[in-house]
Design a protein around this ligand. Structure first.
Ligand code: AMP
Length: 144
C-alpha cells in the first residue's frame, strides 16, 4: 500500500476498535486503545492506536491527535518498563508497505528488549494464544 492510500475502515485494527475482533487490551480512553501484539517480537510487545483519527499512517493524522497518541505511547511504555523490567524499550512505527507496514491503521509498537534475547521476526510466526498474552498484559496493566 502506498503512502497516500485512502484509509480502509475494514482494516484489522478498525475491527478491534469496533469490537468486531478480539484483542488482549491494556489501556483504553475515548480516543486511544493499547493492546498486545498477537505476533509478539518479544515478551510484552504491544501496540498503541488512535481510535478516531482514521489515519493510515503518520502523514494522515492531525498534529493534536498525534500528540495525544504520543502521550499514550509514553504512558504504556512506562508501564511496560515498570511492569516487565526489560533492559531496553524500542518504539517503532512503519509507514507504507515498503517500510514494513502490514496493518494500515496508524500504530506505534512498544517492543521490550531483554539483553541476550533475539527479537522475533516482525509480523510473522503463529499467533500467540490469549492465555499466553494475558499474564504479561496483567503485569503491564498493574503498572498503568
Ligand atoms: P506493522 O507491520 O507495523 O503494520 O505492524 C502490525 C502489527 O500488528 C504486527 O506487529 C502484527 O504482529 C500485529 N497484528 C496483526 N494482526 C493483529 C491482531 N489481530 N491483533 C494484534 N496484533 C496484530
Amino acid at each position: 500500500m502506498s503512502l497516500n492510500e485512502t484509509y480502509d475502515p475494514d482494516n484489522i485494527f478498525a475491527k478491534i476498535v469496533r469490537g468486531d475482533m478480539a484483542c488482549v487490551q491494556l489501556y483504553e480512553t475515548d480516543d486511544i486503545l493499547a493492546f498486545m501484539d498477537v505476533f509478539p517480537q518479544s515478551r510484552g510487545h504491544c501496540l498503541v492506536i488512535h481510535k478516531k483519527a482514521d489515519a493510515t499512517n503518520l502523514f494522515d493524522i492531525d498534529a493534536s491527535a498525534l500528540a495525544g497518541l504520543a502521550g499514550a505511547v509514553q504512558k504504556v511504555a512506562t508501564a511496560v518498563k515498570t511492569g516487565l523490567k526489560p533492559d531496553g524499550v524500542r518504539i517503532a512505527q512503519f509507514n507504507g508497505a515498503p517500510a514494513g507496514q502490514t496493518v494500515f491503521h496508524l500504530h506505534f509498537h512498544i517492543i521490550p528488549i531483554y539483553e541476550g534475547e533475539a527479537l522475533g521476526v516482525h509480523a510473522a510466526g503463529g499467533p500467540a494464544p490469549a492465555e499466553t498474552l494475558e499474564p504479561i498484559a496483567a503485569a503491564i496493566r498493574a503498572a498503568l
